[in-house]
Design a protein around this ligand. Structure first.
Ligand SMILES: [Zn+2]
Length: 289
């Protein structure tokens, strides 16, 4: 009788430990401001096999690594300017001792009031001729392809480098009017810089695209892996070629005034799994990967 009670007690004590070993924990914020990136961390005592994350209809497989206490994976996600209102659900799947296990976390999208900005540019950038519109359509498709690709062998390393030292000229998310006409909100941040000033890669990555586009002018897109792509627009000169790997802080081009601009500056953009977010809060800051 006493022995049976002891076995039962031992089983009860062991159960929570077993449940812990079979599962994993997910750290993510309960709410995120529109236009912001956020960190997610998955931890487990056991190996995280076939880890998959789904966020705002995009799915990817972060690389898990060994830690002092077990196994973990970290990733950057984002809530773009046109993400659906309300909340998103972060789905995390992994194979554990208990089989395929899933966790679902609600992340509320906090609305944010963005200021208005009125700019005067050449009329051809407000009402482009038919030929330019056709060109822009092709370039948009090219960019969409780049933003959808995620280099699996790369891993974003923090802190990120500020591409130019200049102050912010135009903030991220501004509601824009060009020559009085409403256009898409500002999907990056404009940093002040003189014509010809070096533009540095915010992190190591692969050049996904280096092209001269109608609106963004001479542009470089760097793929940093795990769905993270940084963008550098309006360059006077491009110093890298598609497919080339660049180091963190490497010069990729020079500040210029190509495309739809009012003067020389760097437009610095960041896309995380297709969500355009403000890159500046991540610069010179440690990540929690
Ligand atoms: Zn800009």
């Amino acid at each position: 009788m006493r022995r049976r009670a002891f076995v039962l007690l031992a089983l009860l004590l062991l159960l929570p430990a077993a449940a812990r070993a079979a599962g994993f924990t997910v750290q993510c914020p309960g709410s995120v401001e529109r236009g912001s990136a956020f960190f997610v961390r998955v931890e487990s005592d056991a190996e995280l096999r076939n880890l998959t994350v789904r966020w705002l209809d995009k799915e990817f497989s972060p690389q898990a690594y060994r830690t002092a206490r077990g196994h973990a994976a970290g990733m950057l996600l984002g809530v773009g300017l046109d993400a659906p209102a309300g909340h998103g659900v972060l789905h995390v799947f992994a194979d554990t001792a208990a089989g395929r296990t899933a966790q679902h976390h609600k992340v509320a999208v906090k609305e944010r009031a963005f200021a208005e900005q009125r700019l005067e540019v050449d009329q051809e950038y407000v009402e482009p001729p038919a030929k330019a519109l056709e060109r822009h359509r092709r370039e948009k498709e090219e960019v969409a392809k780049v933003l959808a690709e995620a280099e699996p062998g790369l891993f974003l390393e923090c802190p990120l480098v500020r591409p130019v030292p200049g102050a912010v000229g135009s903030e991220f998310g501004l509601r824009r009017f060009f020559n009085g006409q409403p256009r898409a909100p500002h999907s990056g941040v404009d940093l002040r810089g003189g014509e010809g000033e070096p533009v540095l890669a915010m992190a190591a990555g692969r050049v996904a695209l280096a092209a001269d586009h109608y609106f963004s002018g001479r542009s470089v897109y760097l793929d940093h892996g795990q769905g993270v792509v940084s963008m550098y627009f309006h360059l006077s000169e491009i110093l890298v070629k598609p497919g080339q790997f660049v180091a963190k802080g490497q010069e990729v081009g020079k500040v210029g005034s190509t495309g739809r601009v009012t003067g020389p500056h760097l437009h610095f953009g960041l896309s995380v799994l297709g969500q355009r977010v403000d890159p500046l809060p991540l610069v010179d800051r440690d990540c929690v990967f």
